[in-house]
Design a protein around this ligand. Structure first.
Ligand code: ADP
Ligand code: MG
Length: 237
């Protein structure tokens, strides 16, 4: 269970996060949405430890992660993908997954025992590409590799920052099915950021809507779409 309480962060004059709070339970798929610049990626960066919030607290299964750094958070079971793909481009596909698996094996023996790298590569359609440098993969395959690598951490929390961006309709349908499979097989808490609202509404149990650094609504997906503040942000201007 992830709990984010009143997290704030400013960049120069920009308040990127204003006392943002959210919660996500194991087995739940939470959609994090909002206009460009709302603070979604900044919130994911704070939760994954790449950015230290000025105020507020972040806990996972009761353990404090606030400002602990990316490595600490990864070892605690926080996995994420990036809005702009970040892979070890010169390492092979398999090595990218192995790096994450080694981190998991060092600190999360129970989760590591359930991970089979070959099976993971096959599941994400990467088995034939296992020995090529990650940087040479086509875009869609790089997106899949980022998810496979995140899963090799044996995550308790998985955060996907715009995973459907740049995918065609068939690819994003396959992605939605893969995320449902992760819920079933891994059972982690999952947070998905995306601008494709059809993709989000189909996939997510609950939504959290941000605007200008603030969480303006959160709750069950259909109820959130009836919230006047959400309607204003999406259709009201
Ligand atoms: P979103 O992911 O919702 O589009 P971001 O979290 O990327 O929004 O950005 C929120 C706000 O914080 C934006 O105004 C953005 O310009 C600003 N911001 C994000 N990261 C930085 C940074 N490293 N330095 C300065 N400003 C930043
Ligand atoms: Mg973003």
């Amino acid at each position: 269970m992830l709990s984010v309480e009143a997290v704030s962060k400013t960049f120069g004059g920009v308040q990127a996060l204003r006392e943002a709070s959210l919660a996500c339970a194991a087995g739940e798929i939470l959609g994090l949405i909002g206009p460009n610049g709302a603070g979604k990626s900044t919130l994911v960066n704070a939760i994954s430890g790449t950015l230290r919030p000025e105020r507020g607290s972040i806990t996972l299964d009761g353990r404090d992660l606030t400002g602990r750094g990316a490595e600490h958070c990864a070892r605690a079971g926080v996995a994420r993908t990036f809005q702009n793909i970040r892979l070890f481009k010169d390492l092979t596909v398999r090595q990218n997954v192995e790096v994450a698996y080694i981190t998991c094996r060092a600190t999360r023996a129970k989760q590591a025992a359930g991970i089979d790298i070959d099976a993971l590569l096959a599941q994400y359609g990467l088995d034939d590409l296992a020995d090529v440098p990650a940087g040479t993969l086509p875009y869609g395959s790089q997106r899949r590799l980022e998810i496979a690598r995140a899963l090799a951490l044996g995550p308790s929390l998985l955060m996907l920052d715009e995973p459907a961006a740049g995918l065609n309709e068939g690819e994003s349908e396959a992605l939605a099915m893969a995320i449902e499979g992760i819920r079933r097989d891994v059972g982690c808490a999952t947070i998905v950021i995306d601008h494709d609202l059809r993709f989000i509404n189909r996939l997510c149990d609950r939504l959290c809507v941000m605007d200008q650094g603030e969480v303006i609504a959160s709750g069950e997906t259909l109820a959130v779409w009836r919230d006047p503040r959400v309607i204003e942000v999406y259709v009201g201007q």
